[in-house]
Design a protein around this ligand. Structure first.
Ligand code: NAD
Length: 260
């Protein structure tokens, strides 16, 4: 590692911590905000998501310091900054590749690809949508309700979990389809449970309500007109997180969701 940058949440504490990191790294490495080898995020999970989207096309690794409550993508607390500096200088981290979700939005004018680390959502709280869902060309259902969410295994502990989806152990190349407030009575039926698919699958979503399509990709929101089809798949692209110390996923979910 030769070049680093820091992505900072807007609060005062995050700025103080980032200044401290910057001062301690300066003598060892070069700061490069355009083409860094290492992106240090200071803030919360949202800051990491921000950093990942900002440096998506960069061949770099990510590491996070959390300045709020314990995060899922952030390994170091405020009082562990010296440990982080020491780990970066020693430079013996393991690369943890987290796969991305790839969403192709086909409109009358062509198609556009979007990426998410956590999930894609087509949910809309104000009117219900009827969405034809097929998997690899096989028709599954007409879903009626607020929308659907497709998450990666990284995103399984985020919005997906609030929707009743399963928590997925890191490293497995899957995507999980969950329903957002499905209408369910004797006229309308949908699967009703999360559907976990491997990377050989493509989910197709077609709806007359996708004009416009309200598309959430992590913390970013798009409104797209005249959408013919939305195709969702596990991307071949991934994000590299650097882990200088071994962290237990089971301990992390226990601490985050069961006992602090
Ligand atoms: P934010 O940064 O305030 O994040 C919202 C919450 O989601 C925070 O508590 C954050 O720690 C947590 N979070 C984010 N990614 C996570 C992950 N992979 N595992 C566990 N928790 C995670 O808000 P934002 O910047 O808009 O972040 C966008 C993310 O917030 C979305 O990707 C979505 O997953 C999540 N979110 C969750 C809900 C919900 O659970 N009802 C609603 C909206 C957004």
């Amino acid at each position: 590692m030769e070049k680093y940058t820091i992505v900072i949440r807007g609060d005062e504490l995050s700025h103080q911590v980032a200044d401290d990191i910057d001062n301690k790294l300066k003598g060892h490495f070069r700061r490069d905000d355009v083409n860094p080898d290492l992106v240090i995020s200071v803030g919360g999970d949202g800051t990491i998501l921000d950093a990942v989207h900002k440096y998506l096309d960069c061949q770099c690794s990510f590491v996070g310091v959390h300045t709020g409550t314990l995060g899922f993508f952030t390994d170091y607390r405020v009082n562990e900054v010296d440990m982080l500096i020491e780990d970066i200088i020693n430079g013996e981290g393991a690369i943890n590749r987290r796969h991305l979700l790839e969403v192709e939005v086909v409109t009358n004018k062509g198609s556009e690809i979007f990426y998410a680390l956590n999930e894609m959502r087509t949910d809309h709280g104000f009117y219900s949508q009827a969405v034809n869902i097929s998997i690899n060309g096989d028709f599954l259902e007409v879903f009626r309700g607020n929308g659907i969410c497709v998450s990666t295994n990284s995103g399984s502990t985020a919005y997906n979990k609030s929707l009743g989806g399963a928590v997925i152990y890191p490293g497995i190349q899957v995507m999980q389809l969950t329903e957002v407030a499905a209408i369910s009575h004797n006229a309308y039926h949908s699967l009703g449970s999360p559907l976990i698919l491997d990377s050989s699958n493509e989910i197709s979503l077609i709806s007359k309500n996708f004009n416009p399509l309200y598309l959430g990709m992590d913390h970013i929101f798009h409104v797209i007109d005249d959408v013919v089809e939305v195709k969702v798949r596990v991307s071949k692209r991934h994000v590299r997180f650097i882990e200088y110390r071994e962290r237990s996923f089971i301990k992390r979910i226990a601490r985050a969701f069961i006992h602090s």
